[in-house]
Design a protein around this ligand. Structure first.
Ligand code: NAD
Length: 312
């Protein structure tokens, strides 16, 4: 396996944002790009390589599936995008068919690295990738609620005037309508958010609760205004690939396989997970309140129903 070799499948808005962010930040030494739209790949390669006299050296090229063989990570952002008024779950059937074919080709190349999935519905497509590939579950990860948690941190940080990186907060569950905030473990510098509210009498509690709704609805709002969301997810993917390539053991709320954690089994969901060179090293089991546990079960049931319906 070649160190720091990334293959990106799908270079639409999300894929190209990931390619750009990871190039600017010097993540990976090699980036091969695959898409059914070959002109788009050629254009992206030309455009991206125009930036590399300003960045760390990087070999960026149009790839084919045989190039996956010795890659460390295969990032998948291919598929139909979410349209206005369409839920992420509406995309299931369209994208399952695309995935079956793509994953088969990646596996046939001899690929033995980490699959990182961003295409929606991400929890279902990550589960499908695990099934179609036959890989150990730890080597198949979805972006899950990584982006949602980042949006949540941004909203809380903006409200209370603090660096988003200093807010410890997770959104868990489905990357979609049943996701939920883990208020019981949200803290700033170790101070639980409840204590923060108690100490700051001028803080508007309703505005704080609204930070979750804003985070949850951000994708719909952005899609309404500009047609698609891509910078946030491009950076989330870059952070996850960096965690894998640099064996960071960083914690992100990826879509990870559960086998008993949170009382759930045989499902991929957004949960805090330690990410390193072997993929999902460890799912962190946060003690949830009764309401949070109920939300988690509801989210899991929603996804299980879809998995059952699609005969995965
Ligand atoms: P897009 O339509 O701009 O790009 C999709 C790309 O996939 C296109 O370039 C298309 O040619 C390519 N493609 C389609 N079928 C293919 C195949 N069989 N093989 C190779 N390439 C193929 O869409 P986008 O805005 O980039 O979104 C991509 C995906 O990412 C969508 O599923 C979207 O919902 C998802 N997304 C996820 C998150 C997240 O947090 N996980 C955030 C934003 C978007």
């Amino acid at each position: 396996m070649k160190d720091s070799k990334i293959i990106l499948i799908g270079t639409g808005a999300v894929g190209s944002s990931f390619a750009y962010a990871s190039t600017l930040l010097g993540v990976g030494r090699e980036l091969g790009i695959i898409d059914i739209n070959e002109d788009k790949v050629e254009g992206e390669v030309m455009d991206l390589t125009d930036a590399i006299s300003f960045t760390k050296p990087k070999n960026i090229y149009k790839a084919d599936y045989s190039d996956c063989k010795d890659a460390e990570v295969v990032v998948i952002t291919a598929g139909a995008a979410q349209k206005e008024g369409e839920t992420r779950l509406d995309l299931v059937d369209k994208n399952l068919a695309i995935f079956k074919e793509m994953i088969g080709k990646v596996v046939d190349s001899g690929f033995d690295g980490i699959f990182l999935i961003a295409s929606n519905p991400v929890d279902i497509l990550t589960y499908a990738t695990w099934k179609y590939s036959g890989f150990p579950a730890s080597k198949v990860i979805g972006t899950g609620t990584t982006l949602d948690s980042s949006r949540f941190k941004k909203e809380i940080a903006g409200l209370i005037g603090i660096d988003p990186r200093s807010v410890e907060a997770f959104i868990m569950g489905e990357h979609g309508d049943t996701e939920f905030p883990v208020w019981s473990h949200t803290n700033i510098g170790g101070l639980p958010i409840y204590e923060w509210v108690r100490n700051q009498s001028e803080l508007d509690e309703k505005a704080l609760l609204d930070t979750f709704e804003k985070s949850k609805n951000a994708a719909y709002e952005i899609i309404k205004k500009k047609g698609a969301t891509f910078y946030g997810i491009g950076m989330a993917l870059t952070a996850l690939v960096r965690a894998i390539i640099d064996d960071e053991n960083s914690v992100y709320s990826t879509s990870s396989y559960l086998k008993g954690e949170y009382g759930l089994d045989d499902i991929y969901l957004g949960v805090p997970t330690i990410i390193g060179k072997d993929g999902a090293k460890w799912v962190i089991e946060i003690p949830l309140t009764d309401i949070e546990k109920e939300n988690m079960d509801k989210s899991a049931q929603t996804l299980k129903d879809i998995i059952d319906e699609s005969h995965l």
